[in-house]
Design a protein around this ligand. Structure first.
Ligand code: ADP
Length: 633
């Protein structure tokens, strides 16, 4: 029973393959986590790094309270179950299960008790005297599970354990493994390429592709709120329908036009409040995603829906309880091959349809998904990143959504009409503008409030749930962007400063007490060098650098120290900088400084000019190896 924490974990194989990139996850005790994705996406590599069977190229891996990067697999208190069972063929089932315990020299009686107990849990008591070759695949995998559970590990790791079994047995074993998890109350991490397995077993699922985590979420949230087209298409059968098209907002409604088809519907804008405004211009291409169950051929639904399109039926698959109907929204299309106009519909079977028939279909727009055609990222996110509203600046005052406020000195700009981007985390709840709270939902760890400010919709995220009916809001000017005539007139203050640096070893002679006498003693110190400044590192930090880069490369690699403005201070000693100007954001002040060619920002209450020194808070900084952009700390 343990938490498992992965921070900035990377795997680069000696041949240069970057199998895992910046994997970050806090796995809580007793969770059932599934890593899923197509072959080669890096899921086994990640599991093998947790098991200790593969070195970690960079990052920190913790099991319980211990950093285990360099710990031998046998000391990690984990047990692993493999696809190929890895049983000893010459041993009986009993001996196979007991083997690890015998190695650990447990008393015979204890071993016997544990083996019998495990066999009972797994229903293989009658097979204890048999050899693996006398057993079926499913039974062998039970033995492998038995061998893992008698070790009473803190974490169970399972690598495609059911892949060698036939479909029926897989379904049965899936249920048994879930039951085992409930019974053992241990953290499970399970690797599979099968999304159904992932969806039915995981409390949370990590979807991976090409070495990158795409999304980490509960099965339900992955299904309802996929972050990108890949996740949307990977989760759920039949696969989500994807069409290309455009969205045009006019007043309170949005026209959704499907490409290569006459299909066009008009829906109330309120259904698409969260859509990024840039995509509502009628020109920018989007991918429209609709699941097969969100397209209905039922008469009642068509009668009540305003989102009806025409579909030419091509063929169907009868599955007994439901029918899968294939068709095309292009009347010239054939609905057989995958195409941007092919449509798959799950139908309750109200009536029969024949091939070639043209029918009406109602779309459930409440469940529509929209993705950027190029990046394939969702443009209708569950938690919007920005509020995008029209604004005007006149005589140093900014007006938007019917309110007017004085621009602080840091962001003063000329008169203009343009677009204001307010990140959802830049809406503050201690301002002076009264807004109604329309709703507040807990969405993936943050609280998302929908607000109405003088009739305009704004979204805000907060750590605390908002329970009142109305709030007084303000905005964090550090984070806003104003664009006018294609030019950025107000830019957000960068959230982090980057300092190019090197990791160095310094040898000095210092006075120290040796056998009661003060003597000059050789001292070796490790630290980061930025210009002439040296910052000694703790042993733990030095170890992380060595572990990530190897001893030799640690001293030659180009690094970048990343430090937020709030974790940097002006000091007597430190990084040499020139104070450029003070930025007054109203309640907070920052100092913009030049360090070499870079501008960095420091939070401060005082005014400075000329040469100054900057001191980073070493406990809060990040270190990146710049050649491969690997976050080491
Ligand atoms: P998955 O388990 O998702 O199928 P893996 O973690 O096994 O994927 O592999 C991820 C990537 O790393 C793949 O591109 C694979 O070819 C590569 N890879 C795996 N093992 C090695 C290795 N020992 N040396 C070099 N590349 C490897």
């Amino acid at each position: 029973m343990a938490d498992v924490s992965l921070k900035h974990v990377y795997k680069v194989y000696p041949n240069g393959t970057k199998a895992v990139n910046d994997f970050n996850m806090e796995i809580r005790d007793k969770e059932f986590i599934v890593f899923v994705g197509p072959s080669g996406c890096g899921k086994s590599t990640t599991l093998r790094m947790i098991a200790g069977l593969e070195d970690i190229s960079a990052g920190e891996l913790k099991i319980g309270e211990l950093i285990v990067n360099d710990m031998e697999p046998k000391d990690r208190d984990i047990a692993m179950v493999f696809q190929n069972y890895a049983l000893y063929p010459h041993m009986t089932v009993y001996e196979n299960i007991a083997f690890g315990l015998r190695l650990r020299k447990l008393p015979k009686d204890d071993i016997h008790k544990k083996v019998v107990e495990a066999a009972e849990i797994l229903g293989i008591t009658d097979y204890l005297d048999k050899k693996p070759k006398e057993m079926s695949g499913g039974q062998r995998q039970r033995v492998a599970l038995g061998r893992a559970i008698v070790r009473e590990p803190k974490v169970m790791l399972l690598d495609e354990p059911l892949s060698n079994l036939d479909a029926k047995l897989r379904t049965q074993m899936r249920a048994e493994i879930s039951k085992l998890h409930t019974k053992l109350q241990t953290t499970f991490i399970y690797v599979t390429h099968d999304q159904v397995e992932a969806m039915t077993m995981g409390t949370r699922i990590v979807v991976m592709k090409d070495g990158f985590v795409q999304q980490i979420d509960t099965p339900k949230n992955l299904y309802s709120y996929p972050a990108n087209k890949f996740v949307a298409g990977f989760i759920g059968t039949p696969q989500m329908n994807f069409f290309e098209g455009t969205l045009l907002k006019t007043g309170d409604s949005v026209a959704i036009k499907f490409d290569n088809s006459d299909a066009e519907i008009t829906v109330p804008y309120s259904l698409l409040y969260k859509a990024k405004p840039a995509y509502l211009d009628g020109k920018k291409k989007v991918i429209i995603g609709l699941r097969a169950e969100d397209i209905s051929l039922a008469k009642e639904n068509i009668k009540n829906s305003k989102a009806v399109i025409k579909v030419k039926i091509s063929h169907k698959e009868e599955l007994g309880s439901e029918t899968i109907i294939y068709g095309d929204i292009n009347m010239e299309g054939d609905g057989y091959g995958e195409s941007p106009t092919r449509v798959i519909i799950k139908d309750g079977g109200e009536r029969d349809f024949s091939a070639g028939e043209t029918v009406e279909a109602a779309l459930n727009i409440e469940h529509i998904h929209l993705f950027d055609k190029d990046t394939e990222q969702s443009v209708l996110p569950r938690v919007p990143e920005f509020n995008d509203v029209e604004c005007e600046v006149k005589d140093g005052k900014l007006s938007f959504c019917g309110v007017e406020l004085e621009l602080p000195q840091a962001v003063k700009c000329e008169d203009l009409k343009g677009e204001l981007l307010i990140p959802t985390d830049a809406i503050l709840f201690d301002g002076k503008w009264k807004a109604d709270v329309v709703s507040c939902e807990n969405a993936g760890g943050v609280n998302l409030s929908a607000l109405r400010l003088n009739g305009n919709r704004l979204y805000a995220v907060s750590t605390e749930a908002v329970e009142s009916k109305s709030v007084k809001i303000g905005i964090d000017f550090k984070k806003i962007t104003v664009v006018s005539e294609g030019e950025e007139k107000i830019s957000p203050m960068p959230q982090t400063n980057g300092f190019p640096c090197k990791f160095v070893k310094k040898k000095t002679r210092e006075l120290a007490e040796v056998n009661g006498k003060m003597k000059k003693k050789k001292i070796v110190r490790f630290g980061f060098e930025i210009g002439d400044a040296f910052f000694e590192t703790t042993d733990e930090t030095s170890q992380k650098i060595f572990a990530a880069l190897g001893i030799k490369k640690s001293f030659t690699a180009a690094l970048r120290m990343e430090c937020g403005a709030d974790n940097l201070s002006v000091s007597e000693v430190g990084i040499a900088a020139e104070a450029v100007r003070t930025l007054d954001y109203g309640t907070e002040k920052y100092l913009a400084c030049a360090v070499g060619d870079n501008t960095v920002y420091v939070k401060t209450d005082k005014e400075y000019s000329g040469s100054i020194c900057l001191l980073p808070d070493l406990a809060q900084v990040g270190i990146v190896e710049t050649e491969r952009e690997i976050k080491i700390i």
